[in-house]
Design a protein around this ligand. Structure first.
Ligand SMILES: Nc1ncnc2c1ncn2[C@@H]1O[C@H](COP(=O)(O)OP(=O)(O)O)[C@@H](O)[C@H]1O
Ligand SMILES: N[C@@H](CCOP(=O)(O)O)C(=O)O
Length: 333
C-alpha cells in the first residue's frame, strides 16, 4: 500500500482549489507503488465535464531539490510527443508546492495498465518508447547526476555486510564482491550519455494492448550512459519476475524496437553484456538493502534480491552475451 500520508477530503479539496482544474469530486488512494503517496483525483468543471489527475506527495526518497529536474523533464518529453504525463501547474505557475513540509504535484492521468506477462510486441513498443525518450531529451537543459550509480550500490551492499548477504543466500557475498570489481573495472566510460529513466520496469509503463500510453515514475531519472538504460530495461522486461527464466523473444523484440528508433553503435552493443550485469547488481543492491532494513511489520513487502542475482548469473555467462549481438540490435528490425 503506497499511501503513507493521510489527507482528509476537505484538505484534498483545498489542495485541488489551488489548480485551475475544477472542483474535487472524488479522491482514491492508489495502492501500487512503493516510494510516494499517490491519489487518483477526479474533478468537475462548472460546465459539468470531469477530468482525472494523479496527485503525488513525495515522501522521503525524493529530494525536493530534484523536483524541478523530474517535473520539467516530464513537460519537456510530453511536448515532444513522448508518452509521458504532463505536470499541471498551479495558479501561480508552479509545478509543485509544499504541504506540511512535503512536496505535492498534480500530474496528468494517462490511461493504460501495467502488464505482468509482456508479449514480444509489447516489449518492442517499450524498446521504441525508451529510445524516443533518449532522443527527445537531447535538448533538455536540466542535469542530475546518477545518485544510484556504482558507488551507491557498493555502499548499499557494504551496509548489508557479508553476513547480511549470506543470510539471503550463501553464494551472494562472493558473487557481489566479484561483480562489483568486474563492473567497476570494465565500466565503459566512453559511451554516449543522455537523460535516462533508470527504472523502466513493467510497473512503470502503462499500456493499452501493444501501445505504450504512459512511461511514469521518472524519480530515478538522471544523466548517465544511454546504453545502461537499455540494459536496465532489458533486465526488467526479459525474464520471468523471479529471474529463473530468460525470454529470448522478449529480448530480441525489445532490442529491435529500441534500435528501430535509435540504432545502437557497435561500442554500445559490445558493452551491453557488462552493463546488464551492472543493472542486475544495481537492483540486487537496493533490494538486498531493503530486505535487511525493512521492519517485519512494514506496510511494504521488500522485493526479492535473488530475482536479480539470478539475472546477474545469466548475464555473466559468456555464452549469453550473444543475446545482445543479434543483427536486429543494429536496427534491422
Ligand atoms: N500519470 C499517471 N497516470 C495514470 N496512473 C498513474 C500515473 N502515475 C502514477 N499512476 C499510478 O500510480 C501507481 C504508482 O505510481 P508510481 O509513480 O510508480 O509510484 P512510486 O513512485 O511510489 O512507485 C502506478 O502504478 C499507476 O497505477
Ligand atoms: N524497480 C525497482 C523498485 C523501484 O521502485 P519504484 O516503485 O519506484 O519503481 C525494483 O524492482 O527493485
Amino acid at each position: 500500500m503506497a499511501v503513507y500520508t493521510r489527507l482528509g477530503a476537505e484538505e484534498l479539496a483545498r489542495i485541488v482549489e489551488v489548480y485551475e482544474v475544477g472542483t474535487l469530486v472524488s479522491a482514491k488512494g492508489i495502492a501500487e507503488g512503493v516510494s510516494n503517496s499517490n491519489w487518483l483525483i477526479e474533478t468537475q468543471s462548472e460546465a459539468g465535464s470531469t477530468r482525472r489527475f494523479i496527485l503525488t506527495m513525495y515522501e522521503t526518497r525524493v529530494e525536493i531539490g530534484d523536483l524541478p529536474f523530474f517535473l520539467d523533464l516530464l513537460d519537456h518529453l510530453a511536448a515532444r510527443n513522448c508518452p509521458v504525463p504532463r505536470t499541471i501547474h498551479d495558479r501561480d505557475g508552479a509545478s509543485y508546492r509544499l504541504h506540511d513540509g512535503k512536496a505535492l504535484a498534480l500530474i496528468e492521468f494517462l490511461p493504460g495498465v501495467s502488464v505482468s506477462e509482456p508479449t514480444a510486441s509489447q516489449a518492442r513498443a517499450v524498446g521504441a518508447a525508451l529510445a524516443q525518450v533518449h532522443l527527445a531529451a537531447r535538448d533538455f537543459g536540466g542535469s542530475r547526476r546518477n545518485g544510484m550509480g556504482l558507488q551507491a550500490w557498493a555502499e548499499l551492499l557494504g551496509a548489508c555486510g557479508p553476513d547480511g548477504l549470506a543470510a539471503i543466500d550463501p553464494g551472494l557475498p562472493e558473487l557481489v564482491e566479484h561483480e562489483l570489481r568486474a563492473v567497476s573495472a570494465g565500466w565503459p566510460a566512453h559511451l554516449p550519455q543522455s537523460v535516462i529513466h533508470a527504472d523502466l520496469f513493467p510497473d512503470n509503463v502503462l499500456m493499452l494492448g501493444d501501445r505504450v500510453t504512459g512511461l511514469i515514475d521518472f524519480y530515478f531519472a538522471c544523466v548517465d550512459t544511454t546504453a545502461y538504460d537499455v540494459a536496465v530495461t532489458h533486465a526488467a522486461w526479459c525474464f520471468s519476475p523471479d529471474g529463473t527464466r530468460f525470454m529470448p523473444e522478449l529480448s530480441a523484440a525489445l532490442l529491435a524496437g529500441y534500435a528501430a528508433v535509435r540504432p545502437l553503435s557497435e561500442d554500445e552493443r559490445d558493452a551491453l553484456p557488462l552493463l546488464a550485469r551492472a543493472a542486475s547488481l544495481r537492483f540486487l543492491a537496493t533490494r538486498a538493502y531493503d530486505r535487511a532494513n525493512t521492519p517485519a511489520d512494514a506496510l511494504v513487502t521488500p522485493k526479492d534480491p535473488m530475482a536479480f542475482a539470478r539475472r546477474l548469473a545469466f548475464y555473466r555467462e559468456p555464452c549469453n552475451a550473444a543475446v545482445f549481438s543479434t543483427s536486429e540490435t543494429a536496427g534491422q528490425d
